[in-house]
Ligand binder design. Sequence first.
Ligand SMILES: [Zn+2]
Length: 507
Amino acid sequence: MIITVYDGATTIGGNKIYVGENGRGVFLDFGLNFARYGKYFAEFLTERDIRGIYDLITLNLIPELKVYRKDTIPADVDTSSFPELSIRALFLSHAHLDHCGNAGLLDESIPFVASPVTSAILKAMRDISPSRLASEVAYFSRRYPREDLRVLEANRKDNYCGRDFYHTKDFSDDFHEFMCSKPGQDGKNAKKLDAGEVCELCEKPLPFEVYAYEVDHSIYGATAYVLEGDTAIAYSGDLRVHGKKGEETKDFVRSARDASVLIIEGTRAGREDYHDSEGIVYENCRRVVEQTDELVIADFAARNFERMEAFAEIAEKCSRELVITAKDAYMLHAIECADGIHRMKDLRIYEELRAKKDKWEVEVVEERWGDRYTSPSEISENPELYILCFSFYDLKHLLDIKPEGGAYVYSSSEAFSEEQEFDFVRLNNWLSRFYFETYGFRIEGDKPVFEKGYHASGHASKDDLRWIIETVDPDVVIPVHTDNSGWFEKEFENVVVLGDGESYKLG
Ligand SMILES: [Zn+2]
């Protein structure tokens, strides 16, 4: 058995881990490495999709392997010397881009293994926003060389190609239907989705016995895996113990006791941070809402629906209504198809000013919840009746709502780069312009300072990491998704730190 960490060994995110035995193997995640990507690229300087994998390969942002879609390899990329790997499947731990954001490049013969909730989120992300070539995970447009063979483009009329998805759990007909069609595809001239195979993992033979465990993280559907071949390997993905699904994380940890190797995330291994639970966050946010008789804006990370549910509960307790964006409503529909839980209950949808709604919004959101739309003027008239779920990029809508005061609760992670820090200065300018009190951060000088108690991390604390490792008690611990593998080496005896591209052989 061999484990090769192609990426994500010494950075937070970008996991691309290969596990092979007897010449056959699987990948564990195939994420976008933001740390490395950010060395060259920024919001308005990105890789060129018309050059296929050329930009990413040339800048060493994806590994040189014969694993990519043939239609993404332009004439000036010679892959003949790249090592060949037999890949029977890609196991996706969850729908954060640092775990799945390069998966769109993988050869289409490779099926993706995921929880139904993870596939639903990936499919919804693809339905509602334009994706880069590398992050076309759920389905993609096939590229063709143009007259200049270095240039690759999709044909406008081609259907979309859906990926094969093998699911860790059984699922409903609604879910199957959701995965196999795209809103708007019945229109004349509309591109349709040629769905891949959407089935259950247990129907498919793979090189390993696979056990999947849903775990607690800041996005629903997160899954940890135990792969059993000649020996057993446990892979944590991203996880924590201190959220709503903490017990599920514990179940995974106890079930992984027989694993010889534990590949574990270490996001917080390098951080001297405080540790708040979701319960404390809930109480603090509720107090802010109770003390405010003006508009409240709740800002939490995209797709952190556990936090959204906490704010929905606060809204109910404080006789307010929670207003979410149409994109979030579409996501909630997608997740409901996967897990059957109806989360839209009393939520309202922000009616954005625009010329025309997209097909996904008309056919799914408006069709189901057309009576839930709340206009900017309704909010202006009675701001004290609402909690608005907005983040930085939605603040332009304040120009239509025109609030005169309110509370802004920043309930998300701290800034980790200077660029992000500058966004907080900009955010603060917006909030001052509309006389908001802010909670969760403040600007001192020209830098943000983050206040405790309004955000709980999606990752295990050092103490919880220690508990996980001691409980699993593996022969070998391989840390990934961390900028402090030294912490693991200091704390435990059996740690193997693999640099990017390095392998560990067992047996
Ligand atoms: Zn994550």
